[in-house]
Write a protein that binds this ligand. Sequence first.
Ligand code: SF4
Length: 384
Amino acid sequence: MRFVDEYRNEADARKFLTAIERLAVREWTIMEICGGQTHTLIKSGIDRLLPQQLTLVHGPGCPVCVTPLELIDRALAIARRPEVIFTSFGDMLRVPGSARQTFEVSKTSKVSHGARDLLGVKAQGDDVRMVYSPLDAVKLAQKHPDRQVVFFAVGFETTAPGNAMAVWQAKQLGLANFSILCSHVLVPPAMEAILGSADNQVQGFLAAGHVCTVMGYWEYEPIAERHRVPIVVTGFEPLDLLHGIYLALAALEEGRWGVENQYSRSVTREGNRAAQKLIGEVFEVCDRQWRGIGLIPASGYRLRPAYAGFDAELRFGVTDMTAQESSLCIAGQILQGLKKPHQCSAFGVLCRPEQPLGAPMVSSEGACAAYYSYGRMGNVKRGA
Ligand code: SF4
């Protein structure tokens, strides 16, 4: 397939690996931000072919993994309402909530159910639908004026333009029966939080190419300067990743820092200005809770006051709901590059893709699912 196959060429991959091997002298730790990059690295075996001086750790760029557990519970509570058509991308449908039998929807009302995830709610007869675009949810709202249509709007800067467009369009159409359950998060504050942590081990980053396609990479320049780290905007195919690793390693060995753009076929320094303008019209920056990590200041988007009427949490009164994480899950440490999945005591034993304890095992972009699927088991016996 053109524009894909040339980035999977084995002979070129071997050349990159040889160049990386020649370059690596000291020990370095590099984090790839995006879960899609993690999967390519593990699936293609790049992690096993790199010189041992180089450690790759896996970042927080998996939307499903960092969406707070209480937000999943709020989605389940809203989806259970008879007047609601709850819509979502497929990846959120299998994410388990805290599995409580009764949700406190507000101080005065409760909703009971036994479903563990949105697919379970659907199986019990409630109206949960998978859509391919938030604009499909807007169309549903037009088609069903007697129902409340809610879209589960999670993700990074990549999904923000589509979600902003859906809300903007719903406002233009005067739709009173459309809203979004919003949990948008932003990459640069998460990188700052990782680098500013006393435990930080990350010395260089592969930034997520698709995020930078929207936002550009100018936001990363002050981070690279402040923390004196190389940040390489990197794509998602094996040769993209090898090239990104090569550039980051060269900078580290030469004592350089700054931002480089490996993914120049998609990314410019300024990014997509039209998309940024639309995001800025509908959303404003806010503090956000990251699952497993905690509160990161100014790390998310929420609807601006002019669009607050489209906020599903306010419309359905679920803002008070809280949830308790499994005490076994160390997802937060994995998402900050402090631990690998097989260092979790539940990995492959109590936590497997068919029975996940934490989001990184559910999501197709989660590091734990990647390690399990491609046999990076450490000392753990599969299904023991
Ligand atoms: S293996 Fe499961 S329990 Fe452990 S960190 Fe990953 S998702 Fe959490």
